[in-house]
Design a protein around this ligand. Structure first.
Ligand code: SAM
Length: 248
């Protein structure tokens, strides 16, 4: 496999959709290897406890370090050939983007630690950092109940970038947020029929003029990006030769 991913969660069933669709196919064909682990496997008390009250007080519970330590030791044995990257989903992490997805897709082994409650005892990340690269990542500025949905989102974005997973690699460079596309949002797309409910496909797309089509698509992408996500739009000076922006 090009990529191995291990996910640890107290709700392993939550990760079942990873067996469907493109990711499922990448697993079936051996491009990607997936392990889903129940954190409670590494508890030893009758109630299989994974949480406790926070030191310093406050609302909610915190995930105990011992089960996490044992889980990570089992998944990443000491002296492993490769240094995995431990991805810890958290709203206090760096923001997940297409560029981060590409970084993760270049790894050989990713381990995901799904938090619940108020998160995982911080010493778990400190201890893991002695033998793994620890990467705390947020999928956006909102709070989920647990890391599982964040892992579904991240793996969905990462696995499609693993070479061979998507049949036509050009479909990856032509879409929204692709560096090859200057990070612009993609404009509207159309298929048959040419006219539907009184709405016509823009005639340029039927013209067969590849230069005109590329120029139209670029205009649409720029217009949409400026309107919907001005923060992603290139400044009007970008690409203008002879203009120095910023100081080295
Ligand atoms: N107390 C934490 C805080 O304020 O930063 C929030 C904990 S949240 C209720 C529970 C778990 O959901 C987190 O440990 C994390 O695994 C996951 N989670 C919540 N929001 C997330 C986000 N935006 N991105 C990634 N993971 C998130």
């Amino acid at each position: 496999a090009l990529l191995r991913a291990d996910v640890v969660s107290i709700f392993p069933d939550y990760l079942a959709p990873l067996r469907l669709s493109l990711i499922g196919k990448a697993i079936d064909t051996g491009l990607v290897e997936l392990g889903v682990h129940d954190l409670r496997t590494w508890t030893h008390d009758r109630h299989r406890t994974v949480d406790d009250t926070p030191y310093g007080g406050g609302a909610g519970m915190v995930m105990k370090p011992e089960p996490w330590g044992a889980a990570l030791d089992a998944i990443v044995p000491a002296g492993s050939a490769t240094t995995p990257r431990l991805v810890v989903p958290t709203p206090s992490g760096r923001r997940f983007t297409q560029a981060v997805a590409a970084e993760l897709a270049a790894e050989q082994h990713l381990v995901f630690a799904c938090g619940r409650y108020e998160g995982i005892d911080s010493r778990v990340m400190a201890d893991a950092a002695t033998r793994m690269r620890v990467d705390e990542i947020s999928i956006g500025d909102y709070v989920l109940n647990g890391g599982e949905a964040a892992v579904l989102v991240m793996l969905e974005a990462v696995v499609r970038l693993v070479p061979g997973v998507i049949g036509n690699p050009e479909s990856l460079t032509e879409e929204s947020h692709a560096a090859e596309h200057d990070g612009l949002l993609e404009g509207p797309v159309y298929t048959k029929p040419t006219s539907w409910r009184g709405l016509d496909v823009p005639p340029v797309l039927l013209s067969g003029n590849h230069g005109a089509i590329a120029a139209w698509r670029r205009d649409q992408a720029l217009e949409r990006t400026r309107r919907v996500r001005p923060d992603l739009a290139p400044s009007p000076l970008d690409g203008v030769e002879g203009v120095v922006v910023g100081v080295a």
